[in-house]
Design a protein around this ligand. Sequence first.
Ligand SMILES: [Zn+2]
Length: 134
Amino acid sequence: MNTQSANLKTLHCPCGNSKQYSDCCGRYLDQGEVAVTAEHLMRSRYTAYTLNREDYLLATWHHSTRPTSLGLASQPPNQWSGLTVKRHEQSAPDRAIVEFVARYKINGRAHRLHEISRFVREDESWFYVDGDIP
Ligand SMILES: [Zn+2]
């Protein structure tokens, strides 16, 4: 466990749930549990961005669209300030979309990312495929 996630032990999870990190996304990021829904995976990936956990982001990215690197280690982390999940639709046992708004700051200026992400499930694990900006 890195120091950033250790510091989160007593706080609410970055994904916006009222649970502690260790009972929410930490189960996936630190304990290797498999997310049972695409929404759980999406929330854990948002949390991974807040912690610069590139290893987790790449591991949960579908092999067909996965970049070789995100370069997060060489960048100052974005200041992520919140996540709202607007929609989760599972159209088939192995296909789902999650629509969300993520808020962050760059140099003190607020930005928002609104995306409809596609997920597929393979061998019981959900993977992020790609997303559209509506
Ligand atoms: Zn969480």
